[in-house]
Design a protein around this ligand. Structure first.
Ligand code: G6P
Ligand code: ZN
Length: 583
């Protein structure tokens, strides 16, 4: 067994290591500065405390983006030096974010070991490559992201750090082949175990869904399917689950080979960035020559996000979670005993609220950020949750789960079609959504993103809206001057959340303008960007009349959009006459 020594290295703080909504995300050129990653990792160990770190089993892996392989070796050496007992690495350093959560919660290693946390190496849906983004976040024993108490401590530590520990002479571990490599240090044995990236996750999915019924659906010649991993880590799971387990054709998979730079693309599953899939599904600018598949889906870089499409049809994420919740008990074995409750983030449309009311379910509205759902789930208050930002999931893990969402939709389709597979027409994604609107009403919804806006200008816009919000008469005067056909704002505030489980309060979570007819305008700054500021504007309108639920959302929302842009003085503050992305 190779022996290693522990070195204490002097270092000085960096001022910019405050973790955002989902960990620390920066350009690769920032991360490769000497000691930059080291400082953050040591600050994390110090925040966790030596007591928790010594003897621990930690997972280290991610979406495979550029710099991951180097980062993994650094974290292994620092873990050894900090007294960690075992590091678990997915083969080639690949584990999707949901798979990490599953591994922490479910995997039992040699000596009956269980992981108590993980470093996840990803910048999620941000592009990768030498000139793009890298990221790191820490997940806890429940499989969910570290709570603010810990991330604040990490940040405080990064501001005062003076040294870090590293086993410099530990040789690099071969993470391309499965197996255990053992070393001996001052505190005894240290193991690095490389394991198959998919098997724990596949096992979990098989315990949740009825794979046989999905298999029957996929084998029907009338059902065609397409999955786009945008060259993210989802590809490693898509092949195993959709092709090997469920029998889909290999040609159903698009961009399913994980790449360090995501093939030069932007691995964000939305109508703007998932171009190839969008075209294949018949939603592109020009009509495709071949008949589009019945069902299409995409994932982001680390496979926690999802986009669901039908033939020439887009399912908004806010509708998606509502539809999954409405059908889960019937279509998904994991939920057959009923739902404990449902939750959505504040800017997500109220489609889920209507379902919750209909089934008399517990319902929660939390700030943006998956971590807020974790507490509810740990307390047994929530089974299914979702966000407008293409995140959907359940209490099977403590992260959102892109492949889970696809399997949920396939389960619903399989359930609705179980007596129809021999007939001439299947129930389609579009049928399911329009039927849902007919029953529950429709929440027209759109989001405008203004990316990479000058940070000062974004702050001013927010300050302006906060001030304006306090005078409803002023707000309504402006609105009436723009469109007389838009209803009145009856309430406006800055969203604040008190966690019902631990009582913690999160303030300044976005500015809300709530209208008399149930419409909402919401403004907030993104917490995940790595450059400048991103302003998000969320626009929503509820239509209960079934004869009016079939409009294009652009048409239906045009008056509210006009009001939102004028109300916020978007152009004056940002200099932008159009958003960079509309979803
Ligand atoms: C990440 C989090 C999500 C959150 C999203 C918001 O993906 O995991 O829970 O909804 O960021 O991003 P934003 O850029 O709007 O802060
Ligand atoms: Zn992600």
């Amino acid at each position: 067994m190779v022996l290693f020594k522990v070195s204490r290295k002097e270092t000085t703080p960096f001022g910019d290591q405050k973790p955002g909504t989902s960990g620390l995300r920066k350009k690769v050129k920032v991360f490769v500065q000497p000691n930059y990653l080291h400082n953050f990792v040591q600050a994390t160990f110090n925040a966790l405390t030596a007591e928790k770190v010594r003897g621990a089993t930690l997972v280290v892996s991610g979406d495979g983006r550029y710099f991951s392989k180097d980062a993994i070796q650094i974290i292994i050496k620092m873990s050894a030096a900090n007294g960690v007992r075992r590091i678990w690495v997915g083969q080639n350093g690949l584990l999707s974010t949901p798979a990490v959560s599953a591994v922490i919660r479910e995997r039992v290693g040699i000596d009956e070991s269980k992981a108590t946390g993980a470093f996840i190496l990803t910048a999620s849906h941000n592009p990768g490559g030498p000139h793009e983004d890298f990221g790191i976040k820490y997940n806890m024993e429940n499989g969910g992201p570290a709570p603010e108490g810990i991330t604040d401590k990490i940040y405080e530590n990064t501001k005062t750090i003076k040294e870090y520990l590293i086993a410099e002479d530990l040789p690099d571990v071969d993470i391309s082949s499965i197996g255990v490599t053992s070393f001996t240090g001052p505190e005894g044995q240290f193991d690095v175990e490389v394991f198959d990236s998919a098997s724990d996750y596949v096992k979990l999915m098989k315990s949740i869904f009825d794979f046989d019924s999905i298999k029957k659906l996929l084998s029907s010649p009338k059902f065609t399917f397409c999955y786009d991993a945008l060259h993210g880590v989802a590809g490693a799971y898509a092949k195993r689950i959709f092709v090997e387990e469920l029998g889909a054709q290999e040609s159903s998979l698009l961009n399913c080979v994980p790449k360090e730079d995501f093939g030069g693309g932007h691995p964000d599953p939305n109508l703007t960035y998932a171009k190839e899939l969008v075209a294949r599904m018949g939603l592109g600018k020009s009509e495709s020559q071949v008949e589009p598949p019945e069902f299409g889906a995409a994932a982001d870089g680390d496979a926690d996000r999802n986009m669901i499409l039908g033939k020439r049809f887009f399912v908004t994420p806010s509708d998606s979670v509502a539809i999954i919740a409405a059908n889960a008990v019937e279509a998904i074995p994991y939920f057959s005993a009923g739902l404990k409750g449902v939750a959505r983030s504040m800017p997500t449309s109220a489609a889920l609220d209507v379902v919750a009311k209909h089934f008399n379910l517990k319902f929660f509205e939390v700030p943006t950020g998956w971590k807020f759902f974790g507490n509810l789930m740990d307390a047994g208050l929530c089974s299914i949750c979702g966000e407008e930002s293409f995140g959907t999931g359940s209490d099977h893990i403590r992260e959102k789960d892109g492949i889970w969402a696809v399997l949920a939709w396939l389960s619903i389709l399989a359930h609705k079609n179980k007596d129809k597979l021999g007939g001439d027409k299947l129930v389609t994604v579009e049928d399911i959504v329009t039927q849902h609107w007919a029953t529950y009403g429709r929440h027209y919804y759109t989001r405008y993103d203004y990316e990479n806006v000058d940070a000062g200008a974004a702050k001013e816009l927010v300050a302006y809206l906060v001030k304006l919000q306090s005078s409803l008469s002023e707000v309504n005067k402006i609105i009436k001057g723009v469109r007389s056909d838009v209803s009145n704002v009856v309430h406006a505030d800055e969203f604040e959340y008190k966690d019902p489980v631990d009582g913690s309060v999160s303030s300044h979570q976005g500015i809300r303008y709530l209208f008399e007819d149930g419409s909402r305008l919401i403004f907030r700054l993104s917490g995940t960007g790595s450059e400048g500021a991103t302003i998000r504007l969320y626009i929503e309108q509820y239509e209960k009349d079934p004869s009016k639920t079939g409009r294009s959302s652009q048409d239906a929302l045009a008056p509210l959009v006009e009001v939102a842009l004028k109300l916020s003085k978007m152009k004056e503050f940002t200099g932008r006459s159009a958003p960079t992305v509309i979803t």
